[in-house]
Ligand binder design. Structure first.
Ligand SMILES: [Zn+2]
Length: 193
């Protein structure tokens, strides 16, 4: 009789162990497959801010460059203001160049303000969405910055209101909120106001 009880007890224990094992396996499978840190960096910009940025970047015949900054909430980056202008050592209609020292002089105050460098924006001559295509220099410069760990992306604008956002190494998403904006293709917009 005693043996029969032990046998029943062992049988029940084994059954219970199998049930718990199954439960654990289902719990593991139910976990999200994408960890939260892989959520793409999302840049949120007002169309009004872009409509004010374009004349600043295209005020003369030369290419102009500005760093855009603002707060960050996890992977959400609010692009809402211009950093101090970068002192440029060479400027022409198709090329902008700044020394590492002058770039650092602008980036240090951004970090001290508790903000983040979100976007490196510059202008291109010509018009239409095609004119916003990044040059070899643009790809090289942004690639170097991103290789050093910056999640900042690039932005190119034209005088006729086209704006392109681009990245070399990072996955990103741009949201342009407000009126007077039309999405042309992925990450290319036309500001119509
Ligand atoms: Zn360029």
């Amino acid at each position: 009789m005693k043996i029969k009880i032990y046998r029943l007890l062992i049988k029940w224990l084994l059954k219970e162990m199998r049930r718990l094992k199954r439960k654990k396996a289902t719990r593991v499978e139910a976990r999200p497959t994408v960890p939260p840190e892989q959520f793409p960096q999302t840049f949120v910009i007002e169309s009004f801010f872009l409509s004010e940025l374009i004349p600043i970047l295209t005020r003369g015949a030369n290419e102009e460059m500005h760093f855009l900054t603002g707060p960050k909430l996890g992977p959400i980056r609010i692009v809402c203001r211009l950093a101090a202008p970068v002192p440029l050592n060479r400027q022409s209609p198709v090329f902008v160049s700044a020394s590492a020292k002058s770039v650092a002089s602008v980036l240090i105050p951004i970090i001290e303000q508790g903000a983040e460098l979100h976007i490196c924006a510059h202008s291109h001559p010509g018009g239409g969405a095609g004119a916003t295509t990044p040059s070899g220099t643009d790809i090289g410069c942004l690639g170097k910055l991103q290789k050093n760990g910056s999640p900042a992306i690039g932005c190119i604008v034209t005088r006729d209101g086209y704006v392109r956002f681009f990245s070399i190494l990072t996955n990103f998403h741009v949201m342009v909120l407000g009126s007077g904006v039309k999405e042309i293709t992925k990450n290319v917009f036309h500001i119509t106001r």
